[in-house]
Design a protein around this ligand. Structure first.
Ligand SMILES: *[C@@H]1O[C@H](CO)[C@@H](O)[C@H](O)[C@H]1NC(C)=O
Ligand SMILES: *[C@@H]1O[C@H](CO)[C@@H](O)[C@H](O)[C@H]1NC(C)=O
Ligand SMILES: *[C@@H]1O[C@H](CO)[C@@H](O)[C@H](O)[C@H]1NC(C)=O
Ligand SMILES: *[C@@H]1O[C@H](CO)[C@@H](O)[C@H](O)[C@H]1NC(C)=O
Ligand SMILES: *[C@@H]1O[C@H](CO)[C@@H](O)[C@H](O)[C@H]1NC(C)=O
Ligand SMILES: *[C@@H]1O[C@H](CO)[C@@H](O)[C@H](O)[C@H]1NC(C)=O
Ligand SMILES: *[C@@H]1O[C@H](CO)[C@@H](O)[C@H](O)[C@H]1NC(C)=O
Ligand SMILES: *[C@@H]1O[C@H](CO)[C@@H](O)[C@H](O)[C@H]1NC(C)=O
Ligand SMILES: *[C@@H]1O[C@H](CO)[C@@H](O)[C@H](O)[C@H]1NC(C)=O
Ligand SMILES: *[C@@H]1O[C@H](CO)[C@@H](O)[C@H](O)[C@H]1NC(C)=O
Ligand SMILES: *[C@@H]1O[C@H](CO)[C@@H](O)[C@H](O)[C@H]1NC(C)=O
Ligand SMILES: *[C@@H]1O[C@H](CO)[C@@H](O)[C@H](O)[C@H]1NC(C)=O
Length: 674
């Protein structure tokens, strides 16, 4: 039996009042939130995982919907997070009715179209992430109404046009991320007014104009500034030193000129300074020595000259990347690499550096890449580098190194080396058997072929973007590599004075892809063991005094694309079958004793399976593949033909050609001398 007192009319009235109150304050608004979300759902045209289709039903409670967060006090939708759901759709105007929304995250989907003006009602918005979608059109000027906005991510879309001036109203904005769009306009009108900015990322756009001194006047909180790959010109203003908190600065691939301001030394928090691929000139300011936290420094591809400051080496106690290549630096590399040297990569190619390779580099135990190519270094072979167990890429090309490639100082040395280029020096003596035997990485093939890993992944550290290119001769072409696959292996000993026979053990380097021993004084037969180099794509033994026959084992080299055996004393028939049917005369000229196709000299009984008509046409009726082979050969061989051709492993630089021209000139000079 119920207790009548308990259900007294007064109490019922009270309960009813409470119920009504709840209804009137919350229900209509949560209902409008629900309407807005269902409108949003109806604009989703593709939901492959059926996430919203099943979960966002009209009967479910709004705050329980996937991706929805409600405020604990008002029970209104405060956050919507639909990131990485593979959704395709557009943004409906009703989304503007989520009037309590503070955070909207729809990154990593395929939303497209333009943004409805009604979104301006979202005046509580602090976090907005539309990154990695397919939005296009101009960025609406009403973004300037989001005066409470702290984080705005519009990166990886297809926004075009200028950033509206109303962005100057975003005085609370801490993060502005718009990289990878097609935005343009003056850079100064974008960043100067964002007085709360901590991080600005405008990488990969088309911003132009210069950085006026006042740009940095009020950016005292700025920590990261990414302006890489735009078209910013003029000088780097000294006022940049007002950004006292700055620890990341990338101006890579712009058109900046003038000298590096000495005030840069005031940015004592700086860890990454990337000024590569600009037109900066003058010397490196010595104030750079005050940047004791510096981890990465790139001045690659500028017009800087003068000497390398002594401190560069000693501050290498913190430096991880040092990229000084393609400038006009001269003098010596300071022999001041700190006892505890943390360098992973040291790149100083294409300068006018003299003297010897600093012995203190041996302190840099983690060094993976050393490129000192195209300088005037005068030294003997740095066998002591064999102590650097991590070394993978060693480039000494185009210098004045001389003497024998001596025995390494330690028994296990150069074991991880997979790309070594000591070409165009004055090395002499026999080919270094012991050195070659030690190249375990090339022999065993540490790297898995199916693993698409690039050198930049190997060198990855923090937020640094590997920003230089390497240059190798492969398949007869001087080739610039902006990315280098870790499975890529190369030995280039060409244009030295290596004499004697080619050691048989070379055939043990099973993962070798590029072998160039051309322009030496090698004698004797080509060892048939070279037929074991099953990964080989490019073989150049030209301009030596090699004798005997071309080993028939060479037909096993299934990946061989380019072969050059010209200008030797080879004789006998040219092997037939597979790749060997695609090589042309150029591969063999200058060997009086060779016979058989593609040469016009027949070998007598061996030959004759093909008609002379075919011979005359010289492969004019080649299929597509044949034409391709031929194209690379024609482009590649012969002095002075220094051309780039995309070939699987390479990604070309589209930048300035002057360096290229310089190489070209050097090659031409060499050729002229011959
Ligand atoms: C929707 O998803 C949320 C979060 O995964 C879950 O808690 C809720 O029960 C789901 N609702 C329905 C109706 O499936
Ligand atoms: C949205 O969800 C993803 C995945 O759970 C998470 O990584 C991200 O931080 C969330 N976004 C916001 C703004 O909290
Ligand atoms: C962009 O989003 C897609 C999914 O829509 C994802 O596969 C891809 O990794 C994302 N890209 C980046 C750079 O995060
Ligand atoms: C970006 O927009 C331009 C011009 O509107 C268009 O030509 C281009 O195809 C778009 N790119 C992508 C990736 O959507
Ligand atoms: C935003 O900035 C513009 C000038 O660019 C100004 O006219 C407008 O009043 C500002 N709006 C708000 C809401 O502050
Ligand atoms: C941006 O700053 C400049 C210089 O102080 C000022 O003239 C301009 O009005 C500001 N723009 C906005 C939109 O606040
Ligand atoms: C800045 O943009 C670059 C280039 O797209 C990107 O790799 C990097 O992750 C971005 N950094 C941040 C912090 O958004
Ligand atoms: C920097 O801030 C000061 C004080 O608020 C202001 O007077 C000046 O115009 C601002 N400068 C710029 C370039 O916005
Ligand atoms: C900034 O650097 C210059 C030159 O190195 C120096 O004279 C000046 O005192 C520094 N300013 C501050 C505020 O540290
Ligand atoms: C390094 O910083 C100190 C202290 O701020 C300063 O006195 C000195 O001039 C700076 N050195 C250079 C080369 O700028
Ligand atoms: C290399 O240095 C040695 C000794 O310093 C000198 O005799 C020689 O001429 C130099 N060689 C070249 C090519 O500069
Ligand atoms: C190269 O070395 C040989 C001796 O091995 C020497 O005769 C010759 O002058 C050197 N050439 C250059 C350019 O240093």
């Amino acid at each position: 039996m119920a207790k009548p007192g308990f259900f007294s009319p007064l109490l019922l009235l009270l309960l009813f009042a409470i119920f009504r109150a709840t209804l009137s304050t919350n229900s209509p608004d949560i209902v409008s939130d629900q309407t807005a979300l269902l409108a949003f759902k109806s604009h989703i045209s593709h939901d492959p995982h059926n996430l919203l289709a099943t979960n966002w039903s009209s009967s479910a409670s709004v705050c329980n919907l996937i991706g929805v967060t409600c405020g604990s006090r008002h029970h209104r939708v405060t956050a919507l997070n639909l990131s990485s759901m593979d959704l395709t759709g557009t943004i409906p105007s009703q989304l503007g009715d989520l009037s309590f929304l503070a955070s909207l995250d729809i990154r990593h989907n395929s939303f497209h179209g333009s943004l409805p003006t009604e979104l301006t009602s979202l005046h509580r918005l602090k976090y907005l992430n539309f990154g990695n979608n397919s939005f296009s059109g101009e960025i609406p000027s009403w973004f300037g109404y989001f005066t409470t906005l702290q984080s705005l991510y519009l990166y990886d879309n297809n926004f075009t046009g200028v950033i509206p001036s109303t962005f100057g109203n975003l005085s609370k904005l801490e993060t502005l991320s718009m990289h990878n769009n097609n935005l343009q306009g003056k850079i100064s009108s974008v960043i100067g007014n964002l007085t709360s900015a901590v991080e600005i990322n405008l990488t990969y756009n088309n911003f132009k104009g210069h950085l006026p001194s006042w740009t940095f006047d009020n950016l005292s909180k700025l920590q990261l500034l990414h302006l890489r790959e735009n078209r910013i010109s003029g000088t780097i203003p000294s006022s940049i030193s007002k950004c006292k908190e700055l620890w990341f600065l990338s101006l890579n691939k712009n058109s900046l000129e003038g000298s590096i301001p000495i005030e840069i030394g005031n940015l004592t928090m700086l860890e990454y300074l990337d000024l590569g691929y600009n037109n900066l000139n003058g010397q490196i300011p010595s104030s750079i020595c005050n940047l004791s936290s510096l981890l990465g420094l790139s001045l690659f591809n500028n017009n800087l000259d003068g000497a390398i400051p002594e401190c560069i080496g000693s501050s290498a106690s913190s430096l991880v990347y040092l990229e000084l290549g393609e400038n006009n630096f001269h003098g010596k590399i300071p022999d001041t690499f700190a006892q505890v040297c943390t360098l992973l990569s040291f790149q100083i190619s294409n300068n006018q550096i003299e003297g010897s390779l600093p012995r203190s580099l041996v302190n840099c135990k983690d060094l993976k890449l050393l490129d000192v190519g195209n300088n005037y270094l005068n030294d003997t072979f740095p066998a002591w580098l064999g102590n650097l167990e991590q070394l993978q890429v060693l480039i000494l090309r185009w210098n004045r190194f001389h003497g024998q490639v001596g025995s390494p100082e330690v028994t296990v040395s150069f074991t991880r080396l997979r790309a070594v280029d000591i070409s165009h020096n004055n090395f002499s003596g026999y080919l270094p058997v012991k050195f070659l035997k030690n190249l375990h990485a090339i022999r065993e093939g540490y790297e898995k072929k199916d693993k698409q890993e690039y050198m930049e992944d190997v060198l990855a550290f923090g937020t640094w973007n590997y920003a230089f290119r390497l240059s190798f001769t492969t398949k007869g072409l001087e080739t610039e590599f902006e990315k280098l696959l870790t499975i890529w292996t190369a030995i280039d000993f060409s244009n030295n004075q290596f004499c004697g026979e080619i050691p048989k053990t070379l055939g043990d380097l099973h993962s070798l892809i590029v072998l160039n021993l051309s322009h030496n004084c090698l004698i004797g037969p080509i060892p048939s063991s070279l037929g074991d180099l099953s990964e080989l794509e490019s073989l150049d033994l030209s301009s030596n005094q090699l004798q005997g026959r071309i080993p028939t084992e060479f037909t096993n080299l299934g990946f061989l694309e380019v072969v050059n055996l010209s200008h030797n004393d080879l004789k006998g028939p040219i092997p037939k079958g597979k790749q060997f049917d695609t090589f042309t005369n150029d591969s063999y000229i200058g060997n009086l004793g060779l016979c058989g196709l593609p040469l016009s000299k027949s070998c007598g009984n061996d030959e004759g399976t093909r008609t002379p008509a075919r011979l005359d046409k010289d492969g004019d009726d080649d299929d597509d593949d044949g034409i391709n082979w031929k194209f690379s050969i024609l482009m590649g061989y012969g002095c002075g033909l220094v051309l780039g051709l995309s070939m699987g492993y390479i990604v070309f630089a589209t930048g300035k050609p002057w360096w290229f021209i310089r190489i070209y000139e050097r090659v031409r000079q060499r050729c002229a001398k011959r």
